[in-house]
Design a protein around this ligand. Structure first.
Ligand code: NAD
Ligand code: TYD
Length: 360
């Protein structure tokens, strides 16, 4: 039975990936989920699988080398899928240091412990072991509005403390590949959306605010472009790179789904109004009048867009979910999980929201 060590599995993409993997492989794999349970980590995301014999949760911080070393010593880990990170650009602008600690130092610890566990006396690595580092297209910087795409060969040019910390972590992985022939892949993906996404990010924040009749904050002129990828398509891409990716290679994973932020907000409002039953009072609250242009994000990247040519040609992965379908699935999930949204937005979230949006 193959054993996966997933870091950050209690977060948005990690929990979707774990669900995807159990749907696909059932009891033929074992997953150990290591997560520090920061504000973004939520064990409720994995409630339906928590009692499975082939699933284990370990609360640990990836910067704690002793704890991570012990997990490798106690378990025969075949594969590492490394999601754990601080992931929100606005938070990185306010408090950059924790991004350096978790994203850079945390990745260094993960690499070191995996290498120590997998390297043989002659410097080669045990057969079948692999480390997949999950990164972002934001490391490539910002594209012009009217053209161009990010390729694996695009030079790194990160702008925010978040993307700079992710770029640093990518370089560490590349250094391990070049120096030790460490068996790894890096994936750089575009903006994900789907179930379990924390409502600090654009799509769940707009859905939640609209359903409560709250202002819908749009930064700057609302014309920044992101390339939206449905999270299940991403999970599938990660699994395919793990299985078929050539060692040492980077693969970009994108949705071919470019939209301006203001378009996203309009689509969400239209879809909410279409999907809400007639007798649902929330329908009276949802309105385009809630759209409020606010002060722009500092250093706001204008456009991200991935050309997923390499992963399509080499591995046969393609995004399958059109945005219209993905957003309906996402909204349907939020309708069915109102209690999830209530739980994650109580307590600290209120404080975060007031601090982040008070002066905007
Ligand atoms: P998230 O913020 O929802 O989840 C991060 C998870 O990591 C949480 O469960 C958190 O508790 C855990 N974590 C944070 N610090 C930790 C630490 N020190 N030790 C152990 N666990 C820790 O993030 P996400 O959106 O699921 O993103 C996952 C990965 O994908 C990140 O590496 C991110 O950079 C990358 N990524 C995300 C997107 C996106 O659109 N969400 C796009 C591109 C890349
Ligand atoms: P976000 O979901 O934070 O992802 P990222 O910054 O990693 O791309 O933001 C997506 C886009 O939406 C980005 O251009 C910033 C913008 N945005 C808003 O306009 N309003 C908001 O309240 C948020 C959170 C984001």
């Amino acid at each position: 039975m193959r054993t996966y060590l997933v870091t950050g599995g209690a977060g948005f993409i990690g929990s979707n990936y774990i669900h995807y993997m159990f749907r696909k492989y059932g009891s033929s794999i074992r997953i150990i989920n290591v997560d520090a349970l920061t504000y973004a980590g939520n064990l409720e995301n994995l409630k339906d699988i928590e009692d499975q014999d082939n699933y284990t949760f370990i609360k640990a911080d990836i910067t704690d080398a002793d704890a991570i070393r012990k997990i490798f010593a106690d378990n025969d880990i075949d594969r590492v899928v490394h999601f754990a990170a601080e992931s929100h650009v606005d938070r990185s602008i306010k408090d950059p240091e924790i991004f350096v600690k978790t994203n850079v130092l945390g990745t260094a610890v993960m690499l070191n412990c995996a290498r120590a566990a997998w390297e043989m006396p002659d410097g080669s690595f045990q057969e079948g072991r692999k480390f997949l580092h999950v990164s972002t297209d934001e490391v490539y910087g910002s594209l012009e509005e009217d053209g161009g795409y990010f390729y694996e060969t695009t030079p790194y040019a990160p702008h925010s403390p978040y993307s700079a910390s992710k770029a640093s972590s990518d370089f560490l992985v590349k250094a391990y590949i070049d120096t030790y022939h460490f068996p790894a892949n890096i994936t750089n993906c575009s903006n994900n959306y789907g179930p379990y996404q924390f409502p600090e990010k654009l799509i769940p924040l707009i859905i939640n605010n609209a359903l409560h009749g709250r202002k819908l904050p749009v930064y700057g002129d609302g014309k920044n472009v992101r390339d939206w990828l449905y999270v299940d398509d991403h999970a599938k891409g990660i699994d395919m790179v793990m299985e078929q990716g050539r060692l040492g290679e980077t693969y970009n994973i994108g949705g071919h789904n470019e939209k301006q932020n203001i378009e996203i907000v309009h689509i969400i409002i239209d879809t909410l109004l279409e999907m809400l039953p007639e007798n649902d009072d929330r329908g009276k609250l949802v309105s385009k009048d809630l759209i409020t242009y606010v002060e722009d994000r500092k250093g706001h990247d204008r456009r991200y867009a991935i050309a997923p040519d390499k992963i399509r040609a080499e591995i046969g992965w393609e995004p399958e979910t059109m945005f219209k379908e993905g957003i309906r699935k996402t909204i349907a999930w939020f309708f069915e999980h109102e209690d999830w949204m209530e739980n994650v937005t109580s307590g600290d979230y209120q404080k975060y929201y007031e601090e982040m949006y008070a002066n905007k």
